[in-house]
Design a protein around this ligand. Structure first.
Ligand SMILES: Cc1cc2nc3c(=O)[nH]c(=O)nc-3n(C[C@H](O)[C@H](O)[C@H](O)COP(=O)(O)OP(=O)(O)OC[C@H]3O[C@@H](n4cnc5c(N)ncnc54)[C@H](O)[C@@H]3O)c2cc1C
Length: 380
């Protein structure tokens, strides 16, 4: 029997987990091509580490050339067109055709969606942005800092809260915190809406540190001339330093493919199937009823991989996608808490908070090291 040709677009959390699970299934069942334009993977949380000078961009890059998985061919190409009807993908180097197509291209940042952001602000959601801020934050010695999430949905909802708390630590360590004001503008009603306990713990941490939370407000624009952030309720927030999370959207090539609705690819949240035969979408690029975070991209990828494995072996399909995952949250001063999110298994979305503890610090380290080992073969 010939191998089933699977093409996976994007070697992020979703694509890496999918290919690893298919490779583990072994045999000749799959001929997998994994396509990414980048030469290395970087964990989202590493960007905060870079931004606050805890590590370097070089140290957090995990080069794709270290991946060696049976049956998986990794190619460094830029995807230029996707035809979901024929499952044909064009890149800057050629064309890939397949029996099964999995789109795992993540979400891009739309700097132009917020006028003034490019000129007057700094984003910290890309590695380049985090690196730039690593040289700006140590020179900031007084004034108003605004951490602003321009719009929802955005990746890793707790990350901007972590940024506010880590910024407080960084300014305090340099003895300049008293001369600084920190405000945090968030389009969500609370820091982690599915978990009121997590939100309450973060809000308490903000209050203790004199960080002003402005929740439930979208940012319309930055006026770099007047150094103000304009909010959707007509309010202005003055700033001397703006640390932003840009509006997100699916990559252009995905939008141009005609697969998206309201900016992202709609999928059956139980199976991750799109409306096109043999085409799946996982992770941040999809609307699967879960938050945009690596842990959910991974969970979705496992469901798709197990579906393909079961189809190959003629076995039972896997359990449906349950939308569960644990997010670790930096509370500052080296303290790490977590929230167990469950979006799809019950009638209600839930989030169970775990207060910061040394055990959770070790668990977060294991989260990173286990993926480095599983996807890249790097033993800590
Ligand atoms: C500051 C920050 C902190 C975070 N912390 C956490 C955390 O603690 N836990 C957690 O679970 N998540 C966290 N996240 C979120 C997490 O990084 C993302 O949700 C996750 O990476 C999404 O996985 P994905 O597979 O959907 O896409 P991605 O991991 O973004 O991968 C998409 C891939 O597609 C490739 N690509 C895109 N366009 C093209 C193209 N045209 N051609 C070829 N390749 C292309 C990209 O190069 C990329 O490698 C954080 C994010 C940020 C920014």
């Amino acid at each position: 029997m010939s191998s089933r040709r699977v093409v996976v677009l994007g070697a992020g959390f979703g694509g890496l987990e999918l290919c690893t699970t298919l490779a583990e299934a072994g045999g000749e069942a799959f001929d997998v091509t994994l396509i990414d334009k980048a030469d290395a993977f970087v964990f989202g949380f590493s960007k905060l580490d870079v931004m606050f000078g805890r590590t370097t961009p070089r140290a957090v890059r995990l080069p794709y050339r270290q991946i060696a998985k049976p049956g998986v061919h990794l190619v460094r190409e830029t995807i230029t067109a996707i035809d979901p009807e024929s499952r044909r993908v064009s890149t800057d180097a050629g064309v890939h055709e397949c029996d099964v197509l999995v789109v795992a291209l993540g979400a891009d940042y739309d700097m132009d969606a917020t006028p003034g952001l490019q000129e007057g602000g700094n984003e910290f959601y890309s590695l380049a942005g985090a690196e730039r801020l690593a040289s700006i934050i140590p020179t900031f010695s007084g004034g108003r800092v605004v951490i602003g999430v321009c719009d929802a949905p955005f990746k890793c909802p707790p990350a901007p809260s972590e940024c506010a708390l880590l910024l407080h630590d960084a300014l305090r360590a340099r003895g300049v915190r008293d001369g600084c004001e920190i405000s945090f503008v968030l389009p969500l009603g609370s820091p982690v809406p599915p978990s009121p306990d997590t939100s309450a713990a973060l809000e308490e941490a903000f209050a203790e540190r004199d960080i002003a939370l402005i929740a439930g407000r979208r940012i319309l624009e930055l006026d770099p001339g007047r150094n103000v952030v304009k909010l959707d309720d007509g309010g202005d927030v003055p700033f001397d330093l703006f640390l932003g999370v840009p509006k997100h959207r699916a990559p252009d090539v995905v939008i141009e493919s005609g697969m998206t609705e309201n900016g992202y690819i709609p999928v059956d949240s139980a199976t991750l199937q799109t409306r096109f035969a043999g085409v799946y979408a996982v992770g941040d690029v999809a609307t699967a009823g879960v938050p945009k975070a690596g842990v959910f991209a991974e969970g979705a990828a496992r469901v798709v991989a197990q579906t393909l494995i079961a189809e190959g072996r003629g076995g039972e399909p896997p359990e449906r996608h349950l939308g569960r995952g644990t997010c670790y949250i930096e509370f500052g001063e080296g303290r790490i808490g977590s929230v167990d999110i469950d979006f799809l298994s019950g009638p209600e979305r839930t989030g169970t908070f775990h207060a910061p503890s040394p055990a959770l610090r070790a668990e977060k380290e294991r989260f990173g090291s286990s993926r480095r080992a599983r996807w890249f073969g790097i033993q800590a």
